[in-house]
Write a protein that binds this ligand. Structure first.
Ligand SMILES: Nc1nc2c(ncn2[C@@H]2O[C@H](COP(=O)(O)OP(=O)(O)OP(=O)(O)O)[C@@H](O)[C@H]2O)c(=O)[nH]1
Ligand SMILES: [Mg+2]
Length: 480
């Protein structure tokens, strides 16, 4: 891996108008470069300090001595800094021109423009944080709700790192035992010890599996759940979207075929970020725009994590409704009977021959086939708002298991990179178990165990390559 020794600079605040904008510098020359461009209010130069200082003054172009901006300069000698290197932060006036001019001066006097995420990458390379924590930084920046920020903070604080490191440490012990057998093959192998090894590997597999299983929930918290509202024209999909958002986002008319495109909006349901999508009514289309609209509806439906299938409770379900329910019966789906206000007393017990049943908790469900899952059924009115709170509750609970996701101790993995590595280490460990059962030579078992260790090490960054790092950090914004 390449360890950096140059000095990087970047604008760390969003470009645009604001109160202040911050330019950051990190590296061996950071203090020297920043100090050389600074003049106090009375025009004095600033010596390079040995401890943290903050000063009000000007950034000047030393060639012309002209003032570029009035700033607060923070000089922070390492190692107690974000990157562990010497760092400087220059608080300029907000707006594009002052920060750009200051950045230009820094670049002209020995700094290099930072790559995306390079400050955080240096924090990792210098050992202040591990890779999981570095990845948490980007999740915090992008988090959409308090709950998703909370999960990312936990990762930054090292909870997931501890869990992975605990498994690495257990597995390292197992590996040491197996390797001892390789080194001393003539020793009598105690059958009990072999079964103990198997048992330890089994426990590690269980712990890793539990982490892997939490991935969907973790991903929902990190990226949000995409939920498509689908149904035939005029059943009230756009009205439902508007009521959920509490504003008139989508056009509603009594003409079937009003919505032609997929509309997306964010919704926060008890901390779960939801990307809600209103779609065009699905039917035999009447014109080219509608053909495309229906195609997009079906694509949204297929790509969505969860579906709200809307039926009009005032009309018996027909073949088209049933076809749609068939399509969504293998997804996380809630069936809603809308316009309940029009027929408040309607005693609907079946949808075109499919019985509406009560589940163990007394809630209504429909099940299309023996092997498809039970879909919760709700009677709502998009017009009056009746049943919408319940709809949000059910949506939340089909996406997140309320007992796990909300507990402060739950460790959820949120990143597909981590899930893939955990799954491949589980596969390698299962192979190790099989090889023990086959009474393979210990060398063979050890290979699988070392492979699992290597995968786990890649998660925390103990094992890594420049390629992996570049890929991870290129996702960051410049200046972080
Ligand atoms: N009484 C009553 N009318 C509703 C309700 N929800 C929607 N409507 C009416 O049903 C008509 C169609 O509503 P939309 O929300 O445009 O239906 P849609 O499913 O988006 O229709 P398309 O975009 O054409 O697919 C409008 O006249 C709404 O006012 C409801 O809960 N109760
Ligand atoms: Mg609509």
């Amino acid at each position: 891996m390449n360890f950096p020794d140059d000095t990087i600079a970047a604008i760390s605040t969003p470009l645009g108008h604001g109160g202040i904008s911050i330019v950051r510098l990190s590296g061996s020359e950071a203090l020297k470069i920043a100090a050389s461009l600074f003049r106090s209010k009375s025009g004095r130069r600033l010596p390079v300090p040995s401890r943290k200082i903050s000063r009000v003054g000007y950034i000047v172009d030393p060639e012309t001595d002209s003032r570029t901006d009035e700033v607060i300069l923070h000089l922070m000698p390492g190692p107690k800094t974000y990157t562990r290197e010497d760092m400087a932060e220059i608080n300029c006036h907000g707006g594009m021109m002052p920060v750009r001019a200051v950045l230009q001066l820094l670049l002209k006097h020995g700094a290099r423009l930072a790559d995306p995420g390079e400050f955080t990458k240096r924090a990792f390379l210098n050992g202040r944080i591990d890779l999981l924590q570095a990845e948490a930084v980007i999740d915090i920046i992008r988090s959409k709700t308090e709950l998703s920020e909370h999960m990312a903070m936990q990762q930054l604080e090292g909870r997931l790192s501890e869990e992975i490191k605990a498994q690495i440490s257990r597995l390292t012990d197992v590996c040491a035992h197996v390797e001892a057998y390789i080194d001393f093959p003539e020793e009598d192998i105690d059958q009990l010890t072999l079964s103990q090894i198997s048992e330890s590997i089994g426990l590690i597999i269980n712990a890793l599996d539990a982490l892997s299983k939490g991935y969907d929930e973790g991903r929902f918290l990190r990226e949000g759940v995409s939920v498509a509202i689908v149904g035939k024209p005029n059943v009230g999909k756009s009205s439902l979207m508007n009521s959920l958002l509490k504003r008139d986002r989508a056009i509603v008319t009594d003409l079937p075929g009003t919505t032609r495109d997929v509309l997306e909006e964010m919704l926060n349901i008890k901390g779960l970020p939801v990307r809600i999508m209103d779609t065009a009514g699905i039917r035999e289309a009447h014109d080219l725009a509608e053909v495309e609209g229906v195609r997009r509806s079906l694509r949204a439906l297929e790509g969505a994590d969860a579906v709200i299938a809307v039926l009009d409770s005032g009309r018996p379900a027909d073949a088209a409704d049933m076809e749609l329910l068939e399509k969504v019966s293998f997804k996380k789906t809630i069936v809603v009977l809308n316009k309940a206000d029009q027929r408040p007393d309607a005693d609907i017990r079946e949808i075109a021959g499919v019985a509406i049943r009560q589940d163990d908790s007394g809630a209504e469900v429909v099940q299309m086939h023996e092997n498809s899952s039970e879909m919760p059924l709700l009677r709502i009115s998009a017009l009056t708002g009746h049943g919408l709170d319940k709809l949000k509750d059910v949506l939340y609970s089909i996406c997140l298991d309320p007992s796990t996701a909300l507990s402060a101790d739950t460790i959820l993995i949120t990143n597909v990179r981590h899930k893939d590595l955990i799954d491949s280490s589980v596969a390698a460990l299962s192979e190790a178990m099989a090889s023990i059962n086959r009474r393979d030579p210990y060398e063979i078992t050890a290979i699988s165990i070392r492979e699992a260790l290597d995968r786990l090490g890649q998660i925390t960054g103990a094992v890594t390559t420049d390629d992996i790092l570049n890929k991870i950090f290129s996702d960051f914004c410049i200046g972080k």
